[in-house]
Design a protein around this ligand. Sequence first.
Ligand code: NDP
Ligand code: 8X3
Length: 249
Amino acid sequence: MDKVILVTGATAGLGEATARRFAGAGWRVVVTGRRADRLERLVDSFGAERVHAAVFDVRDEAAMEEALAALPEPFRGIDVLVNNAGLALGTKPAAEASLEDWRTMIDTNITALVTITHRLLPVLIERRGVIINIGSVAGTYPYAGGNVYGGTKAFVKQFSLGLRSDLHGKGVRVTNIEPGMVETEFTLVRTHGNRDASDAMYRGANPMTAEDIAETLHWVATLPPHLNINRLELMPVSQSFAGFQIHRQ
Ligand code: NDP
Ligand code: 8X3
């Protein structure tokens, strides 16, 4: 297998499960993230000929460029880009939310995502590759406290569709994956490290697993090249929709 996939945010959750799924299927995998020890664990599990660790903060364009320029030759021909690195910070209503948290979400979920996509588009076009962006149900359905997080994921959805238009005729596929609740470190990060709140979120909910999403990504990436999944929304059976809220005088 000479196919290469680059997964941003592969130190935990969806990204780590995706890296394991593809490496296990014989792909070469470039894993990225800030926590080098976790990336090294993936290299140890699958071997340096299969997994390459590129340690950088996605918001640091110079560090990203340095890491990509230093990719060993067998990992340079990227066929699949998974834009997964991202986060939510906080659940407070807009007027009480932290502006710094908002900026961190925008810098990570939007600016970094478009930066690495722009950087890798030439190789993805050359290889008639696949771009898989990790959006969210929060990009379609608003909920209280979702404010900027939902806004960033709405951007990711529309950017994905726009990329499809711009890549018309080039054979590059683009998919926006839009998961609902998946048990990962997502809520721990969102609550700034509140383990009890994170455990409470998932307790008894039978959420999706990171492996569920990794399996879906593997399916999307290995479909016949004439077939494009534009958007794919997934939820655990335990999650559904609620109605509008009405404030009465
Ligand atoms: P995790 O917190 O478990 O993983 C997030 C990953 O993103 C980590 O590998 C982290 O790496 C990486 N990351 C975050 N910020 C940066 C940064 N500045 N630079 C580099 N890497 C970064 O969460 P999930 O796996 O759940 O989240 C993955 C994606 O899935 C996100 O985009 C999230 O919005 C989305 N999503 C999650 C859902 C859920 O319910 N869990 C549902 C819908 C979408 P490190 O900290 O080591 O740098
Ligand atoms: C994560 C899903 O519903 O917590 O994107 O916003 S949700």
